[in-house]
Ligand binder design. Structure first.
Ligand code: UDX
Length: 436
């Protein structure tokens, strides 16, 4: 089966490469000639574990190719996925759908065979209706249906998530589209991945509801962590204790510096806007957005506290280990490190940092921060070391070496990577999240 993927960013590229790996014939299309050139040369535009290998093996097998020419890319494709960006619109937080609609217009001009057009981009409820309207207005002499098929890929684990999904959601009211989409996902279906068919609008909302719910879960445990610190409880135990209740579940109960990334911040905001437009406000999500925003800068204050308070902190040096919003990505979007670095430099603290993949993208976002070549280089002479992102490389630091390199042995662990008793036994003043 031939599949076209319009948009070769994170979602399009991972999905396209995985579909090809399942044996489909996939063409990834992108307007950006530089991106397509690099992809043809085997250079990935993003860092995602396993992606370069997956792309190159499928290119070699002749199942995956890249083009800037939409007409050529969609020719003969039974399913055409729209996987372009839907960033927050400047000024109001609504999802910017201009790229999605531009692609729909272009498909309307160039489609020459029957095809199901599938929105994979995260789009507000009703976007599929508009895509359908655009395609109908094109008066094509071929059969076209529009379906929604949201992605649930985590950065850093995207290939695994694609190949072993909890579920595949397909939203369409059209029987033929349902058949085509079943064919698209047959390899996964045979692998026992549940296929959930819903209406198109339900499918569009499922994506936002899932992300908002996960954001609520994280924010809930973060607030519990703050309470734990006041009452002398341990948030890890609380998370374990509630997570063992099958109704709650253990995942996404890891307290930390607040969520960031390309999805949760943008999608929660967009959900609020949809809810407002339909006069069905989602107050819980409103609160979550506010609490999470405030938390990031509060983490900066936590570091200042560990440095002895505002007066003592001025002129001291803090080393940030990890800058990306989570490990195994170079993505800096809405990363807590940005607010933390800002709070520290505002307080007159000199900041050094090291991140295995994120420094290039981080640098322009925190120009005052000195980027270092290694964790130990960042730590040298520091008055506090702060674990901001839980990269594996920071899970087993040589603490004796860390202590010897630092000016004062202060460790602020915003991801609860270390065992408090062990670190304190090694002579560190240790602060973590929600633990006594
Ligand atoms: C998320 C969704 O998981 C995915 O299904 C969707 O398609 C895109 O958005 P992603 O943004 O890649 O994926 O990362 P995720 O692993 O979900 O983490 C998001 C943020 O929440 C990170 O900042 C992470 O550090 C934070 N987080 C996650 C916590 O603080 N605690 C947790 O328990 C889990």
């Amino acid at each position: 089966m031939k599949i076209a993927m319009v948009g070769s960013g994170y979602v399009g590229l991972v999905s396209g490469a995985c579909f090809a790996d399942f044996g489909h014939d996939v063409v990834c299309i992108d307007k950006d000639p530089a991106k397509i050139d690099s992809l043809r040369g085997g250079i990935m535009p993003i860092y995602e574990p396993g992606l370069a290998e997956l792309v190159s093996s499928n290119v070699r097998a002749g199942r995956l190719s890249f083009t800037t020419d939409l007409a050529e890319g969609i020719a003969g494709a039974a399913a055409i996925f729209i996987a372009v960006g839907t960033p927050s619109r400047r000024g109001d937080g609504h999802a910017d759908l201009s790229f999605v609609y531009a692609v729909a217009e272009e498909i309307g001009q160039k489609l020459a065979n029957d095809a199901v057009v599938v929105t994979k981009s995260t789009v507000p409820v009703g976007t599929g209706d508009e895509v359908e309207r655009i395609l109908k207005a094109a008066n094509l002499p071929v059969r076209v249906a529009v379906a929604s098929n949201p992605e649930f890929l985590r950065e850093g684990a995207a290939i695994g998530d694609f190949k072993r999904p909890d579920r595949i959601v397909i939203g369409t009211e059209d029987d033929w589209a349902r058949q085509v989409m079943t064919e698209v996902y047959r390899p996964l279906f045979l692998n026992k991945a549940p296929l959930l068919f819903t209406s198109r609008r339900s499918s569009e909302l499922i994506k936002y509801a899932a992300n908002a719910f996960l954001a609520v879960k994280i924010t809930f445990i973060n607030e519990m962590a703050d309470l734990c610190e006041k009452v002398g409880a341990d948030v890890q135990d609380v998370a374990r204790g509630i997570g063992m209740d099958g109704r709650i579940g253990p995942k996404f109960l890891h307290a930390g510096p607040g969520y960031g990334g390309s999805c949760f911040p943008k999608d929660t905001l967009a959900l609020l806007k949809t809810a407002e437009d339909y006069e069905a406000p989602t107050r819980i999500v409103e609160a979550v957005v506010k609490v999470n925003d405030a938390r990031k800068r509060a983490m900066g204050r936590k570091v200042i506290e560990a440095l002895g308070g505002l007066d003592a902190a001025r002129g001291k040096k803090a080393a940030l280990l990890g800058l990306t919003f989570k490990p195994n990505t170079d993505d800096m979007r809405d990363s807590p490190s940005i607010a933390i670095a800002q709070a520290l430099t505002d307080a007159g603290v000199a900041v050094t940092a090291y991140d295995p993949e994120g420094m290039e993208l981080a640098h322009p976002l925190m120009p005052e921060v000195t980027m270092c070549d290694s964790a130990y280089a960042a730590i040298a002479g520091a008055d506090a070391t702060v674990i901001v992102t839980e990269w594996d490389a920071f899970r087993a630091l040589d603490l004796a070496r860390v202590k010897a390199a630092m000016n004062a042995p202060v460790l602020v662990d915003l991801r609860n990577v270390y065992d408090p008793a062990e670190v304190r036994a090694k002579g560190f003043a240790y602060t973590s999240i929600g633990r006594p």
